[in-house]
Design a protein around this ligand. Sequence first.
Ligand SMILES: *Cc1c(COP(=O)(O)O)cnc(C)c1O
Length: 373
Amino acid sequence: MTRLTLQVPFLDLKWQYEQLAVELDTELRQVSASGVYVGGEKNAAFEEAFAHFCGVRYAAAVANGTDALRLALLAMELRPGDEVITSPLTFMATVEAISQAGGVPRLADVEEDTFLLDPERVRAGVGPRTRGILPVHLYGQMAPMDPLVSLARERGLFLIEDACQAHGAEDGGRKAGSLGTLGCFSFYPTKNLGAFGEAGLVTTQEQTLWRRVCILRDHGQERKDWHTCEGYNARMDILQAVILRVKLKHLDVWNERRRRIAAAYACGLADLPEVRLPVERPGAKHVYHLFAIRVPDREGLGRFLRERGILTACHYPVPVHLQPALRRLGYGPGDFPRAEACAAGVLSLPLFPGMEEAQVQRVIEEIRHYFGL
Ligand SMILES: *Cc1c(COP(=O)(O)O)cnc(C)c1O
């Protein structure tokens, strides 16, 4: 490259801090000076705020998104051999949580256009050992919840939402985390709502399940020095809770920015026949944790953009059923053709709330240039 060009990072986490530096620094200093670093009312205040945001009665703050999934599944008290159906197109944590909670992961293919768990494939996969369904709200869009809720009711199954990529997403006006038996969130720094480290949370409408998660996250303590089960250390730090409570107030605005950037991408790339754009389900509010396009030569386009100072990523190049760690599940190539086709072609474009209009236009231009326009 000879001329100086505008660099486009895949995401920029410093931007959020710079926006809120004064308020965040004040909160951080208060916690530092308080001498109280774990548990207590600051965590309860964040739990209450996030439950309100999702439109649910209860929220339990935990150490990370994987713990949220694991503790939600443990709260369902799986028996050996109980199966939970999820998507092959997800982060490894979704499947690990099922195994670590004592269940057997089963997979069902995704929808052709949205890459979300296909309710028809789930229905076909429900068997005598199925106990629950674990849809993944991939890339920031909720899985088709109405048919999944009906199926779960009909067959007496629990429904746990992996909402780790979908803070604030909606389906028919109802928020992610409010439609399942339990909802699981991650606040890993790169997520739509991100901590300064690891954090997660479980939502539910049922008090008994909420109590169970709260007991499990704190070594099975029902009250001080009284352990009614063997649990875990899966508590959220107060520092994360105060940061998240400040940031939560800005989440709707940040999600709107994400949606506007996504709309600009969709508009700028609409006439390229080689590019398959993300599809929004009718009635859904997608919050674009990721903007994943599908192209014939993902590596080629990724390299072309990188050489021009534009960074992309891939979520996920290998679907979970083809991961060596999960060979024991007995799946192989060809078992979930839609998930495999997605994994072979998806490329996540740069997208973060602080992204400038000029950066968005530059990405569009270079992609058009790659395709000869
Ligand atoms: C991030 C993520 C998780 C795990 O969250 P951690 O906080 O990293 O443990 C689980 N599922 C999905 C779909 C995710 O994107």
